[in-house]
Design a protein around this ligand. Structure first.
Ligand code: GAL
Length: 297
């Protein structure tokens, strides 16, 4: 995908926040040569759009290294996700901070007064004392927010409810998909149902997605298999889940966002967006060569 200036959008592990009628796409910037399946990650980018077709580059909203904090090489950020806190009027960014060995396994948080930054890095933590690798955040309609992350060596997923300022876990939590090695979590709510789509723990390789449904974020979560159908569904159409976007102004309009990684040239990784069809508890995502927002009624 290209931005308004005709340049490839550089926002991997993307996630989208809608605020005051504008969509903000946040993601990690990948730059330079890939060596041993790793590439420099010089910061977090943001692109804005009113229609989901045209994207303006808002620049680097947080650098990848911040002197005097733990966010300096060999540690770097991944999977940045932003939610807006109405009480504190802060935009709160959560991310996974790690090294190429993935032993640091921490979640970190940064805040800003504006969606387009600058985000001030507040530091990292092990949420509820647990490892955190692939993660996402979800903000519910009642204002409660949750950090969803791969933990326990990536074997088990945790959901941690956050404090009212969204800056740390408040202690309420759930463990799910025990010993199932899932990552790339993406969460959304439609009506009274909460949905979670994820990938297998497979590095940059593609795997079959799975989804689960729950009546509340802390569960119980019911696993319902692979949401993708047809050719390519064993590998999520060569992608890994990063987020689910709700399209404003249309009922039940949700878009699956995936990363199509290129492990030997990560900068050239692409994005896949596909509409999700929802019927009761069931999700279905099928491949489409071309589509636009008119697929949503
Ligand atoms: C994946 C993970 C990515 C990245 C990659 C590195 O499993 O989802 O976010 O960490 O591993 O190999």
């Amino acid at each position: 995908m290209l931005d308004d200036a005709g340049k490839p959008i550089n926002a991997h592990w993307g996630s989208i926040l809608r605020y005051h009628g504008v969509y903000y796409w946040f993601g990690g910037i990948m730059e330079g040569k890939t060596i041993n399946q790793h590439v420099p990650l010089p910061g977090v980018s943001c692109y804005s759009s009113r229609d989901l077709y045209h994207w303006k580059n808002e620049g680097i909203v947080m650098p990848g290294e911040i002197a005097g904090t733990d966010l300096v090489l060999p540690r770097y950020p991944e999977r940045e996700k932003v939610i807006y806190n109405r009480r504190t009027r802060k935009f709160v960014m959560w991310m996974h901070v790690d090294t190429t060995e993935y032993h640091y396994a921490r979640a970190a948080v940064a805040v800003s007064d504006s969606p387009t930054g600058p985000y001030h890095y507040l530091g990292s933590m092990r949420p509820n004392g647990s490892e955190c690798r692939d993660m996402t955040v979800f903000q519910d309609k009642d204002g409660k927010a949750y950090l969803i992350f791969s933990s326990e060596g990536n074997a088990t997923t945790h959901i941690a409810q956050l404090t009212d300022d969204y800056l740390k876990p408040n202690g309420a939590m759930a463990r799910l998909f025990i010993d199932q090695w899932r990552e790339g979590p993406a969460v959304f709510r439609y009506g009274k149902r909460y949905f979670l789509i994820n990938s297998k723990c497979a590095g940059w390789a593609f795997s079959a997605a799975r989804f689960a449904v729950a009546p509340s974020m802390l569960g119980p979560w019911k696993e319902l298999g692979n949401p993708t159908v047809g050719a390519g569904s064993d590998k999520t159409f060569d992608s890994q889940s990063s987020d689910v976007l709700q399209v404003a102004g249309k009922r039940g309009a949700f878009i699956f966002l995936g990363d199509r990684w290129k492990p030997d040239d990560l900068v050239d990784s692409r994005y896949i967006w596909l509409p999700i069809s929802i019927q009761g508890d069931k999700l279905e995502i099928q491949w489409r060569d071309h589509w636009d927002l008119s697929v949503f009624k």
